[in-house]
Design a protein around this ligand. Structure first.
Ligand code: HEC
Ligand code: HEC
Ligand code: HEC
Ligand code: HEC
Ligand code: HEC
Ligand code: HEC
Length: 637
């Protein structure tokens, strides 16, 4: 019964997770996470990758104990540990896939080698190690299918893979810590230390021993098998030693770095730190000292739980939680994020149980034991419960139902943004400002350049001019634009204006661009339905545009804009798309500027100049922002 309940729950959670994954693939991570540019590493990276890797550390720890040191006491748990590692690392790989922006680029590190990146090293280690784990576990699979020759071959080469696996683990367990060496100003000093890689490595050993104990205890309980307390109590002793070494190191580091006072500093960070230390090391070490607890299944279960929660908290802290003070921003994963993480882990759990049932993973759990764990009582055909509980297909029905209900519920409860995709951020544009600068000749170059104030005496001769400072999104990166100078070159007064001002609002000439190109990057529809209804007389106005009530109310069927706005478009313009109407969607401000300005600058560029340096080069318009004084800001144009 307990097996069925557990599996039903796992199927339910995987149904929820897979639904969210599907939407994340369609709409991108922004639609299902609460991540921001300031805190881009959230639950998936901190919890799903950085914290899951040490949990998978069981694999290399046990492999070392059994195959290198030949401590046969731990042999009954070795295969389980390898399988646990395999599951954890597969989950890490899958989780990471959906965490990176363009998910299918997860394979890029294979092709594009970036030697300067710690993540590159981690990616390779994890990939290779996953392969090594698969080879190590293939023993069990080959055994099951009775292929003695292949088995002999695998056994012969296996020591190579064991050693390879241990070295790869040592490398990436520590280099996950290396990642965070780069964040000294972000990560709270209680966590940040040059020893991070080493500490990550030690804790992964201590935790590895306890996670495999936790899993073994749970599995043996589920299948009503006798608990393998002999190896588990031994692992308890090892992790007590390792974790107490970690404790000494951790506190020594804190006091030597002179950060001891932070331990008692009031605030969430120190509270968090103590909680983490208590759960990850203090409590486990204190309890593991007693043989009474080491040999009790219940005690060992709770001790391991405490360590798993504590060490995971440590990783989550380093990866994000303990950076929130420095970044002054708060992040809490929203439930779709949890759904994905928990969903992936549930699938891993189901695969784990499948392997336990079908291959010989733990010696105490064999085919007979599995059949017994599932056998119900005699079938009573008159009972309604037979349909679900005592039918040969009962479990399958139950699991499918849980899966489908979860998928439906999740889909129904997700916020609109997750289902339809989040709308892009809007960046409204604002009018250009007028500033007073010195316009001086640009030696050897076409055109002039602008100075805030006279640098050398020759500049004094330049007269101060009013120019436009174009900074649509007000981020300070302005482009100085000699509006009057450009207009004069193009024929001055009324001739020139329409060349750039290709469209005007009603009763206006040379409408400012930002009024229509009103978003920095997104295209905006300039037709406002409500405004028109209001201006044209409310409910009576409809037929002025929707003249044929039979027809669909789309733009093609309504009265053309030009019927009422005869001179909305200038007949002669430099703007390349002024001709055919593009459904009145005004492109983003930046594109509007570039399309107008760069197109002409390219044409006007002196022949033989490379685009990078000539009139069309970026720096011709995007020169260093000038440090303008208060007096240079002029009211109006
Ligand atoms: C119709 C063609 C044309 C268009 C459109 C145009 N420019 Fe120019 N621009 C020029 C020419 C020609 C020069 C060089 C004048 C010279 O050699 O003295 C120039 C020079 C400049 C300079 C150098 C300083 C100066 O005034 O000599 C800047 C900065 C500049 N343009 C910015 C812009 C921006 C920003 C836009 C778009 C809003 C723009 N230009 C649109 C033709 C154009
Ligand atoms: C002829 C002038 C001109 C040239 C040449 C030019 N730009 Fe621009 N660019 C502008 C103007 C005007 C804006 C609008 C500035 C604003 O509103 O902040 C702009 C805006 C931008 C923005 C958006 C700025 C923001 O605040 O988000 C980027 C990015 C940009 N340009 C990149 C480039 C690059 C890269 C090149 C070279 C390939 C280039 N530009 C060449 C005139 C020019
Ligand atoms: C080379 C292209 C060009 C020419 C020629 C040109 N303008 Fe502009 N004008 C611009 C740009 C670019 C802006 C600023 C973008 C914006 O409004 O966001 C602008 C802005 C303006 C503004 C709004 C300023 C504000 O403070 O909101 C007015 C008014 C204007 N122009 C009038 C004219 C008149 C009148 C002429 C003809 C004498 C003219 N322009 C010729 C490109 C041009
Ligand atoms: C009355 C609204 C309005 C004003 C004012 C306006 N535009 Fe536009 N603009 C549009 C619309 C709408 C389009 C889409 C094309 C069309 O329907 O003609 C567009 C298209 C463009 C394009 C072509 C973009 C593409 O898709 O290639 C450029 C460049 C442009 N505008 C630049 C400007 C500049 C520069 C100014 C100011 C000097 C300006 N616009 C003022 C409405 C406006
Ligand atoms: C100035 C012309 C104009 C007037 C007046 C007008 N409409 Fe529209 N209407 C349009 C255009 C253009 C569209 C197409 C909108 C689009 O493509 O986004 C539209 C679309 C619609 C739609 C389709 C749904 C939508 O939002 O896309 C409905 C419904 C509608 N109008 C109802 C009305 C009613 C009711 C009135 C009178 C109260 C009215 N309209 C007055 C021009 C007008
Ligand atoms: C039946 C006549 C009619 C039609 C058709 C019509 N408009 Fe208008 N439009 C008006 C009137 C009237 C105003 C208000 C003018 C005023 O502010 O005094 C207006 C205002 C506008 C404005 C200025 C809004 C502002 O912010 O001040 C824009 C832009 C505009 N219309 C675009 C369009 C476009 C694009 C279409 C075609 C899809 C269109 N109009 C079709 C009558 C019409």
């Amino acid at each position: 019964m307990k097996l069925r309940i557990l599996k039903t729950i796992l199927w339910f959670l995987s149904g929820a997770g897979l639904t969210v994954i599907l939407l994340r693939i369609i709409h991108g991570p922004g639609s299902v996470t609460a991540l921001t540019d300031i805190l881009p590493w959230g639950l998936w990276k901190g919890g799903g990758v950085v914290a899951l890797v040490p949990i998978g550390g069981a694999g290399f720890t046990l492999a070392a104990l059994v195959y290198i040191f030949h401590w046969d006491r731990y042999k009954p748990l070795a295969r389980g540990a390898v399988l646990l590692g395999l599951m954890c690392y597969s989950s890490v790989g899958i989780g990471l896939t959906f965490d990176i922006g363009i998910w299918w680029r997860i394979v890029y590190p294979v092709v594009f080698w970036q030697f300067h990146s710690t993540l590159f090293e981690i990616a390779w280690c994890i990939m290779l190690y996953l392969g090594v784990l698969a080879v190590e576990f293939s023993h069990a699979v080959v055994e099951r299918f009775n292929m003695p020759k292949l088995l002999a071959l695998i056994k012969k080469v296996s020591i190579v893979f064991v050693i390879l696996g241990i070295s790869l683990s040592t490398l990436h367990q520590s280099s996950l810590g290396t990642l965070f060496l780069a964040t000294p100003f972000r990560l709270h000093p209680l966590w940040h230390t040059d020893l991070l890689p080493f500490m990550f490595f030690i804790t992964s050993i201590g935790l590895g021993c306890l996670t495999i104990s936790w899993v073994a205890l749970l599995i043996h309980w589920l299948y009503d098998a006798e608990q393998p307390m002999h190896p588990i109590s031994g692992l308890g002793r090892i992790s007590a030693i390792v974790l107490s070494f970690y404790l000494v190191l951790k506190f020594a580091e804190i006091f030597i770095a002179g950060e001891g006072s932070l331990l008692a500093a009031p605030g969430l960070d120190s509270l968090n730190f103590w909680l983490e230390i208590l759960l990850s090391a203090l409590i486990p070490v204190a309890l593991l000292l007693f043989k009474k607890f080491r040999t009790s299944p219940t005690a060992m279960f709770w001790i391991s739980t405490s360590a798993i929660v504590g060490v995971s908290l440590n990783r989550v802290n380093v990866a994000g939680l303990a950076t929130q003070t420095a970044t002054q921003s708060v992040y809490f994963p929203i439930w779709p994020e949890w759904a994905i993480t928990v969903g992936i882990l549930s699938v891993a759990g189901l695969v784990f149980l499948f392997c336990v049932e079908n291959f010989s993973v733990f010696p105490a759990i064999n085919r007979k034991r599995v059949v017994k764990a599932y056998s119900g009582q005699r079938v009573d055909h008159a009972d309604w419960k037979t349909f679900f509980f005592r039918n040969p297909l009962a479990s399958v029905r139950f699991y499918s139902m849980a899966f489908v209900i979860a998928a439906g519920l999740t889909f129904g409860c997700l916020p609109e943004g997750s289902v339809y995709g989040v709308k892009p951020l809007q960046t409204p544009t604002q009018r250009p400002r007028t500033v007073e600068v010195l316009k001086v000749a640009n030696p050897d170059e076409q055109g002039s350049k602008f100075l805030a104030s006279a640098g050398d005496p020759t500049d004094q001769q330049a007269d101060p001019t009013n120019v436009m400072s174009i900074d649509g999104n007000r981020d300070g990166e302005h482009v100085l634009f000699d509006h009057a100078g450009h207009a004069a070159r193009l024929g001055g007064k009324s001739v020139s204006c329409q060349l750039c001002h290709h469209m005007n609002k009603p009763q206006d000439k040379a409408t400012a661009c930002h009024e229509c190109h009103s978003d920095m990057y997104l295209a905006v529809d300039i037709f406002k339905h409500k405004l028109h209804v209001d201006k044209l007389g409310g409910n009576g106005a409809c037929e002025k545009c929707h003249s044929d009530p039979e027809q669909l109310k789309v733009r093609e069927n309504t009265t053309a804009c030009e019927k009422c706005h005869q001179d909305m478009r200038s007949s002669k313009s430099l703007v390349s798309s002024a001709g055919p109407v593009k459904n009145n969607k005004a492109c983003g401000y930046k594109d509007a500027m570039h399309n107008l300005c760069i197109t002409c600058h390219k044409k006007q560029q002196k022949p033989g100049k490379k685009t990078g340096t000539g009139l069309a080069g970026c720096t011709r318009c995007h020169q260093e922002p000038l440090q303008l004084s208060e007096q240079s800001w002029k009211p109006g144009r």
